[in-house]
Design a binder for this molecule. Structure first.
Ligand SMILES: C[S@@+](CC[C@H](N)C(=O)[O-])C[C@H]1O[C@@H](n2cnc3c(N)ncnc32)[C@H](O)[C@@H]1O
Length: 508
């Protein structure tokens, strides 16, 4: 009572009972509108920035350093089992993306993303042309439309669409190289597949080996490394089904329900390592360069107590960011070296009307931009860098020292967000695919997909593993290894070769 009176007297009770003032959101401002640099550049007062600050809920009244340092840092691994989205923390961009995609409860993949699987393979010689193929594809797709209980997000992969021919092309490639490498008949044929999806590729490959090389089949082991428990179950059941139908051997299959980034065992034996359409969801970090010094600064996502996102850039480079920049600059695709060439200078002029690497952007353009939109704290356009891909190559080097890689993924994706090497961020809304403009969106509702720069990936792979490797187009690889005749339509068209023009292979 005494306390109450005292509060009354000080006029504080009324305030304590009042609900907090409603949050004011200005929806024309996205989390990427402002970049907060730590430490911040001393800015002269800019009238446009002042007007902006007054017009919207400018988030912080302390200095960038004070705000950033007051938030504890977390990683996606620490958040993996959490049931609720984090608030009041900061983390690297790669950790934010990984948490959004892979958290066990609210992550995008926890929501039963499904991979399209036709009930029966398409019969190409019976189809007139590519239009006929599209029609047949549409009809097979309708089972997903009718079933309201099915999730709406469906991946379409070449493995499924061109089943069994696509998988068989890999089997041919593997058998040829197994023999050429001199491992046959001394070593078992060991195949690892990361991200086995529905298990279709595994069945296609094993069936092919059993049918065409029964001797080698008796020496074959197939092991899947799969992050999703739901897909790991599916792989087991699709294999058991095949087993019953076609008498495959149960002992040769192992399914490891684990992320490749948590792989512990060292596999000394020679093996093939398949990774199809997995790189695109590997998280990236983000770098912006200081306009005045060229220094790279790494982006961190800060999530305030209300769950709103802000982007801070600091000098704290993660070990993988550092390693990536070092590898790139000492490799065949050094941007700094290119910057001083005639072509590099021309690119700087082109940056007025075309996207170029941020280090090549014209400093005049950046200065003018900073005067008109003074919210970037003197930073360049951001660049997304494939730090998890680099980590994956290091895992290959240390845990699978005698592997041969067979990987394939997108080298180009349309409708990306702004930034260099930026991802597509999209979700299904009322059966429509909707693209958004930032990756800092409610975790788990959006797919975040990156195209792979295969030239840089190839260079990085060689530098990390010391192995020889090469890039091929989707078409180039399949022309060499697939049964092209079996996938040709009556009119002589070939959807397996013609589709997926934005996909490349990296093999070693
Ligand atoms: C787009 S699907 C491709 C499936 C299959 N390779 C195909 O082509 O049909 C990506 C697959 O990779 C798996 N995956 C993603 N990240 C992974 C990781 N870090 N470790 C292991 N598997 C992963 C997914 O669960 C899924 O099975």
């Amino acid at each position: 009572m005494l306390t109450l009176r005292r509060h009354l007297f000080k006029g504080r009770l009324k305030k304590a009972l009042e609900p907090p003032p409603p949050s004011h959101y200005e929806y024309s401002i996205s989390p990427k509108t402002y970049n907060f640099k730590v430490p911040s550049t001393k800015q002269t007062l800019n009238p446009i920035q002042l007007i902006y600050q007054k017009a919207v809920n400018f988030p912080f009244d302390k200095s960038n350093e004070e705000v950033y340092n007051s938030y504890p840092k977390v990683t996606s691994n620490q958040l993996l089992d959490r049931k609720t989205r984090p608030r009041g923390v900061s983390m690297s961009t790669a950790d934010f993306i990984e948490d959004s995609l892979y958290n066990k409860h609210y992550g995008y993949f926890a929501k039963e993303a499904e991979i399209y699987h036709p009930d029966k393979p398409f019969n190409y010689p019976n189809v007139k042309d590519i239009d006929g193929f599209m029609e047949a594809w549409g009809e097979s797709y309708s089972k997903y439309d009718q079933d309201e209980t099915k999730p709406l997000q469906l991946w379409h992969t070449p493995t499924e669409l061109f089943n069994p021919h696509y998988g068989e092309s890999l089997a041919r490639y593997i058998l040829f190289n197994y023999k050429v490498n001199g491992n046959y008949p001394y070593e078992d044929l060991i195949i690892y597949e990361m991200g086995g999806g529905n298990g279709t590729l595994m069945c296609n490959v094993l069936n092919y080996i059993k049918k065409h090389e029964p001797q080698i089949y008796t020496k074959t082991q197939y092991k899947i490394i799969e992050i999703s428990s739901q897909l790991a179950k599916k792989q087991k059941s699709s294999y058991s089904k095949k087993l019953k139908e076609e008498g495959l051997n149960a002992d040769i299959l192992e399914i490891h329900n684990v992320s490749i980034f948590d792989w512990k065992e060292i596999v000394e034996e020679p093996c093939f390592f398949i990774a199809l359409e997995v790189f695109d969801n590997f998280a990236h970090d983000i770098i912006a360069y200081d306009m005045n010094t060229g220094e790279p600064m790494e982006g961190k996502v800060l999530i305030d107590k209300k769950g709103d996102f802000y982007q801070f850039f600091t000098r704290e480079l993660s070990p993988y960011t550092n390693a990536y920049l070092q590898l790139r600059e000492h490799g065949d695709f050094s941007v700094l070296r290119y910057q001083s060439t005639l072509q590099g200078r021309l690119d700087s002029i082109k940056s007025f009307y075309k996207s170029v690497h941020p280090l090549l952007e014209s400093s005049t353009k950046l200065k003018v931009k900073q005067m008109i939109f003074p919210f970037n704290d003197d930073l360049s356009t951001p660049e997304f860098i494939p730090t998890r891909l680099l980590q994956f190559f290091q895992i290959l080097k240390h845990k699978f020292p005698n592997h041969s890689l067979i990987s394939s993924d997108f080298h180009y994706l349309p409708n990306t967000i702004k930034g260099f090497n930026a991802p597509v961020v999209q979700t299904m809304l009322k059966k429509e695919m909707v693209d958004v403009r930032t990756y800092m969106v409610q975790q788990g509702y959006f797919d975040i997909m990156f195209a792979t720069d295969f030239e840089i990936a190839n260079d990085m792979y060689q530098k990390v593993t010391g192995k020889e490797s090469k890039i091929n187009t989707h078409r180039g690889f399949l022309e060499q290894w697939a049964d092209v005749e079996a996938t040709t339509t009556k009119d002589g068209e070939n959807p397996m070769l013609d589709f997926y023009r934005n996909v490349s292979f990296l093999t070693s």
